[in-house]
Write a protein that binds this ligand. Structure first.
Ligand SMILES: NS(=O)(=O)c1cc(F)cc(F)c1
Ligand SMILES: [Zn+2]
Length: 260
């Protein structure tokens, strides 16, 4: 596909040249403003059925480190919340800055976290392949989890240790028996909105479910480096149709003009 990155000549501000949908009206990431979120009582809790998930490998695609799963059946799915049916776990990956700095893509009241984990799921009820789902408005559901620096995360080291095996772009290595349930915070309270892939091709196909509670990882873990492009996309406009599980209440938000 077309080249893109996070530099001056290939970064977020010029992605629209090759990917015009970058100027669309449901682009991610956004800045989440909790006070402007509207609590939707019709939205129930999200449910993660990951007990029989099958991780396959870990690979560095030059933009991130991705752990891929066997998605040939509904063995590991996300359901509930804003979703009308189960979505199959396909992969998870991270976005981080260099040296543990602020690499998260979504921000909360303008504040970014050290890193952000994305668990990517696709609607296999309506679509026959991940590729087809990835360009459909209800094709994907991505669970976003913020990582903040604090204590060492007891399970993250299995991933960071594997990173040394995939330090260079296009390297892949076996990565069996990893269950991402160990990467979840204690609360599944969430914000949700309709958005897009945060990297090219930027398809507007993602129902975003962003957990309010971050997980703690150590400074060293947050700065794991590999030859992936580091950095993050410029924040587009902010759109909020949010939920959160029980508590947070506030008035409805709406699309705002994209920030240029
Ligand atoms: N970063 S993200 O989760 O929006 C994402 C997921 C994906 F499967 C492909 C992409 F290009 C981007
Ligand atoms: Zn991502």
């Amino acid at each position: 596909g077309k080249h893109w990155g996070y530099g001056k000549d290939d970064g977020p501000s010029i992605w629209h040249q090759n990917f015009p949908v970058a100027e669309g009206d449901r682009q991610s990431p956004i800045d989440i403003m909790p006070q402007q979120a509207s609590h939707d009582p019709n939205l129930g809790p999200i449910v993660l059925n990951y007990d029989h998930c099958t991780s396959l490998n870990i690979c560095n695609n030059g933009h991130s480190v991705v752990v891929e799963f066997d998605d040939t059946d509904d063995r590991s799915v996300i359901l509930g919340g804003p979703l009308d049916n189960p979505y199959r776990l396909k992969q998870f990956h991270f976005h981080w800055g260099g040296k543990g700095c602020h690499g998260s893509e979504h921000t909360v009241e303008g504040n970014s976290y050290a890193s952000e984990l994305h668990l990517v799921h696709w609607n296999a009820v309506k679509y026959r392949s991940f590729g087809e789902a990835a360009s459909a408005p209800d094709g994907l559901a991505v669970l976003g989890i913020f990582l903040e620096t604090g204590d060492d995360h007891r399970w993250l080291h299995t991933i960071t240790d594997a990173l040394y095996m995939v330090k260079y772009k296009a390297s892949v290595t076996d990565f069996k028996g990893f269950n991402p349930k160990c990467l979840l915070p204690s609360s599944l309270h969430y914000w949700t909105y309709l958005g897009s892939l945060t990297t090219p091709p930027l398809h507007e196909s993602v129902t975003w479910i962003v957990l309010k509670e971050p997980i703690a990882v150590s400074e060293r873990q947050a700065s794991f480096e590999c030859s992936c492009s580091l950095g993050r996309k410029r924040i587009r406009g902010y759109a909020w149709k949010i939920t959160s599980g029980p508590p947070s209440l506030s008035k409805a938000g709406k699309y705002a003009p994209p920030i240029n």
